[in-house]
Each structure stands twice: as C-alpha cells, then as structure tokens.
Design a protein around this ligand. Structure first.
Ligand code: BES
Ligand code: MN
Ligand code: ZN
Length: 501
C-alpha cells in the first residue's frame, strides 16, 4: 500500500472515498459544514438520525450521490472529545481501514482535519493515522491460494494537507509510521509462521537476512560454540529436539562507537510442546507463538534501523524448540547454567526462563546501559491481566517507569507487578541453587524472580507478554494471529531515550 500526501480542500476533492474523523456529539467545524452542504446535508442527517454518533470504533459509510467531490464519505468516530488521544486516533484510523477493506474500497483520501488533540503535532497525528491504516491492512496470507484469500490489500491512501507548510510534517509522520509498521509486520509474520517451517534455524536465518538488508551486524552461536561456552540451561531445553538451537546476536549502531548499548532480549521458543511435562492438546497450536518476544525484538531492530535512531542497540535471541523425546530433559534433572548457577528442572514446560537465564548472562559482555527482556513466559500472566496489558517487573524503578509511560503513549499497555525478595523463597531448591518453578501462587512473579538471579548486575526490566503476543479473535487494528506487541512500545521508549520526540 502507498500512503501519499496531497494538498487539497476536502469538499472539491475527487476520490472514491473521503475518510473524516468526528468526536461524539460536537458541532461540525467549518470545512465539514461546507462539505455537508455540497452533498445535501447527508452528514447532518446521519447524525440527527443517530446512525452515526462519533463513538470510538464507530464507522458509517455514506454514498454522496454528488456528481463532483468524493463519491463516498466514511465517518470514523473518535469518542468523547476529552478522551481523544493519539492512540484513539490510531484506532479510529484502523476501524476506517477495516471498513474500507470490508467494502473492497482500495483507494481513499483521509482528512486529518477536525482532530481535537492538543499537545500533538501534525506529524504525530499523521503518524497515528498511517499506523492505524497499516496495522489494519496486515494479513498473513502466504499459505492461502489466490482464490481462498478473501483479503484485498488497500492500494492507495492519500493524506490531505490543508496548507503547503504542513506537507513536510505529514510526510515525516508517515515515514515514521512506515518504519515502525515494517517492524510490527515482520514480528507478526515471524509469529504467524507455522512450527513446521519455523525452526530455530529458520528464525536465525530470518534475523540474519533482515540484518544484512538494514546495516545491522548479525552473528550466531551454534550448538558447538554454546557447548564450549557453557550454555547448560539453554542446551538442556534444546536437547529434546532434532532441530539445533541458535543464539542470535544483532547489533545496531546509531550512536558513537563505545557508547554503551541498550540491550533487548527475546524468548525464542519456536514451538513449546512443554517437553516431557507435555502440554494438553487443546490450543497447543498456539504455542508456535512462543517466540513472540524474539519476534518483537527482531522487529524492533528493523524499525530502529529504518528510523536511524541515534542509539546503540544489541539484541539477543535464544532460539530453541521444546520437544519431548528420548533425548529430552526430565523433571528432576539439574542443569549448570552459563552463570555457573545450577538449576533443578521440576517442570520441563517452564523452559522459557531456562533459555533466558543463559541469554541474560551472556548479554553482560556488552556492558549494557539497560537490559529489557520480552517473553511469552507464563500462563499465570494471562490469568492476572488477561489480554489488555503485559506485566512488567524488574530491578530498576526508573527504567520501569519510563517503559510504563511509553506503554501509555503507544497504547501497548504495561502493568507493574511487585518483585519483593520474599517471592524468591518459592524457587529455593534442596538440590540445586534454584528451581525452575515456584508453584501456582504468583506464577508470573516467581518466573521473574528466577530471571532476576541472572540479571542482578545491570539495570533490568522484564516484560511478560504471554497474553499479548497472540490475538485469538481479531480486533481493531490487530487481525487474528501474531500481534507484534511491543514493537511500538519499545520504539516509543527508544525515541524518547534518544530525545527524538
Ligand atoms: N510458553 C508458556 C507460557 C504461555 C502460556 C504463553 C500460554 C502463552 C500462552 C511457558 O513456557 C509455560 O509453559 N509456562 C508454564 C510455567 C509453569 C510450568 C511453571 C505455565 O505458565 O504454565
Ligand atoms: Mn512452556
Ligand atoms: Zn514457553
């Protein structure tokens, strides 16, 4: 899809469809009044009859019947004036794009007028609109033959500029949105890829290919190399699968050489059967998403490189497949991690924390300013927060605070859970330094308490995205499947760290 900018006034514009935003129960601004008069007061009629109220996510498509100007008007609701934010605007744009797709209208113009967000620049508004449209247009259709694919992608969206001087600003917003959404789309593609295709090697090759195209350094540690270095926890998880594990390392340099990097670590379990502690069959197919953290980290690296963010980044992805077999680890096995700490494996389904333990140890060699890990780590997180927020825990309140704020701005919300030291008593082992499960109570917290034992030497935050990496039904802006959750959040955080916004 192409998103273009053009300077024109709404009323005289010739287009298959003009998208307009409107808040709940407000008087129409001047340009809308003019347009409404031109099309015989159809917009007023829709409002008076309450067919369109301006509520969030509400849309209404009207044929103008006029011989000049737009052939259709698509109204998209922003909700109550007082609550309109960039996130709401993005969602309204998603709802509009979904309606266009449903009606097979592949070309449209969008007016960024009449959007009452104080404190937002026109670049930011254009970014929100473009993001909303791009995110809603995404489909994973590479396994659908042409005739079973009902989805027609949008072809062209034109963002209207009211004056010449705003063109550059709108373009800047659209460019930003395109870079970020490239990252989100890559993350979604990786999550949606089925487990037969998506081996650890496949994930590694995708990451390397992305890196090579975007001036990102990439290297891989293979099994032999990890054996030499002592990745006992990661290799323990990997030993049940015939497909070999990889540690994927990506380095993006946007700042001066020698400036300490920010590190991103992503859980990359390409399929989680549970291992010998086998999961139930019901919904096990969803466990192809257990590399959601890895996908987000790889997608974020792509977006950061496209945006040329002035920061140094290092990404570490431990990629393994968790399978039951004659060579798999057993409950009760004791593994020696890269840190030297020994781990009693009480449940082979608590594998994410094992591979992250070694990744979090390995990342120390980069002397990172901060380390942020993302992982579809615990079912307990879905019990606690459902599908509305990811959990955040860590050892650095300043970092957590900044991430919480980025979550509010981006709409990819986080909610902090406590990491009081008392929780660590649940993962004390009689036979090793630590055990990999802490029982049913506070499962998300005890998983983080486990990770903390390997992340105590730097500023660290952990995001449990178990409830957010996969969308089961499909919602505004997020079609069914992988969501790419966290890319927009991390980019928002990184742009603020870099002082770009
Ligand atoms: N990948 C799962 C967590 C998960 C569950 C993610 C559902 C997304 C949706 C993780 O590896 C796991 O199995 N965790 C166990 C830990 C338990 C054995 C301590 C869990 O949550 O049940
Ligand atoms: Mn598991
Ligand atoms: Zn898992």
């Amino acid at each position: 899809m192409k998103i273009l900018i053009k300077k024109t006034t709404s009323a005289s514009l010739k287009t298959p469809c003009l998208v307009l935003f409107a808040t709940e129960g407000r008087a129409k601004p001047q340009f809308l009044t003019q347009l409404d008069e031109h099309i015989g007061s159809l917009i007023s009629a829709a409002q008076h009859s309450r067919e369109f109220n301006g509520r969030a996510d509400e849309t209404l498509l009207i044929h103008t019947g006029a011989s000049s100007g737009p052939a259709r008007i698509l109204l998209a609701g922003l909700g109550k004036q007082a609550n309109v934010s960039l996130d709401r605007l993005r969602q309204a744009a998603s709802a509009a794009a979904a309606m266009l797709k449903q009606k097979n209208i592949t070309r449209a113009c969008v007016s960024p007028e009449n959007i009452p967000i104080r404190k937002a620049s026109s670049a930011q508004q254009a970014q929100a609109i473009a993001e909303g449209i791009l995110l809603a247009d995404y489909r994973y259709n590479r396994y659908l033959s042409a005739d079973s694919d009902k989805n027609k992608p949008l072809e062209q969206i034109i963002l209207l500029a009211t004056d010449t001087k705003s063109i550059a600003l709108l373009q800047q917003g659209v460019d930003t949105a395109e870079a970020i959404c490239a990252g989100v789309h890559l993350a979604r593609d990786l999550v949606n890829a089925p487990g037969n295709l998506k081996s650890p090697e496949f994930l590694a090759m995708q990451a390397v290919a992305m890196a090579e195209k975007n001036r990102i350094k990439a290297h891989l540690l293979d099994r032999t190399r990890m054996q030499d270095l002592g990745f006992g926890a990661l290799l323990g998880v990997a030993q049940g699968s015939t497909r070999p594990p990889y540690l994927i390392v990506l380095e993006y340099q946007g700042d001066a050489t020698g400036t300490a990097p920010l590190a991103l670590v992503g859980k990359g379990v390409t399929f989680d059967t549970g291992g010998i502690s086998l999961k139930p069959a019901d919904k096990m197919d969803e466990m192809k998403m257990d590399m959601g953290g890895a996908a987000t980290v790889i997608g974020t690296m792509l977006a950061a490189a496209r945006l040329k963010l002035p920061v140094n980044l290092v990404a570490i992805v431990p990629a393994v497949e968790n399978m039951p077999s004659g060579t798999a680890i057993r409950p009760g096995d004791i593994l020696t991690s890269l840190s030297g700490k020994t781990i009693e494996v009480l449940n082979t389904d608590a594998e994410g924390r094992l591979i992250l333990a070694d990744a979090l140890t390995y990342v120390k060699r980069y002397n990172p300013k901060v380390v942020i890990d993302l992982a579809t780590l615990t079912g307990a997180c879905i019990i606690a927060l459902g599908n509305q927020a990811a959990a955040i825990l860590g050892n650095d309140d300043k970092l957590i605070d900044r991430l919480l704020k980025a979550g509010q701005r981006s709409g990819e919300r986080l909610w902090q859970l406590p990491l009081w030291e008392e929780y660590a008593s649940q993962i004390k082992s009689d036979f090793a330094d630590v055990k990999n499960t802490g029982g049913r109570p506070a499962g998300t917290i005890t998983a983080a308490a486990f990770l903390q034992k390997f992340a105590d030497q730097y500023n660290w935050a952990h995001l449990d995205i178990a409830g957010m990496a996969w969308e089961d039904k499909g919602k505004t802006g997020t079609p069914r499947g992988g969501t790419g959750f966290g890319v927009r959040l991390l980019i928002d955080y990184l742009r603020h760290e870099a002082g770009v916004v």
